[in-house]
Ligand binder design. Structure first.
Ligand SMILES: [Zn+2]
Length: 68
């Protein structure tokens, strides 16, 4: 069981047999699973087509204004 020492912020896989922090000898430890980083989410699939559509609209509007 992984643990986190509240006194010296030491993190380790296991405590000593007495349940102490191996780094500072403190009993003030908290057993917990480590924070696992979530993989970064890919951008939504609709974002690129939307961007292209917006640019196409903008260019079309400018072209229309220049031609008329
Ligand atoms: Zn400690």
């Amino acid at each position: 069981m992984p643990f986190f020492c509240k006194d010296c912020t030491h993190r380790g896989v296991r405590t000593t047999n007495a349940g102490q922090c191996p780094a500072c000898g403190s009993y003030n430890i908290e057993q917990r699973t480590f924070f696992v980083r979530e993989p970064e989410k890919p951008p939504p699939k609709w974002r690129l087509p939307l961007l292209i559509a917006l640019w196409a609209y903008l260019i079309a509007t400018i072209a229309w204004k220049l031609l008329n």
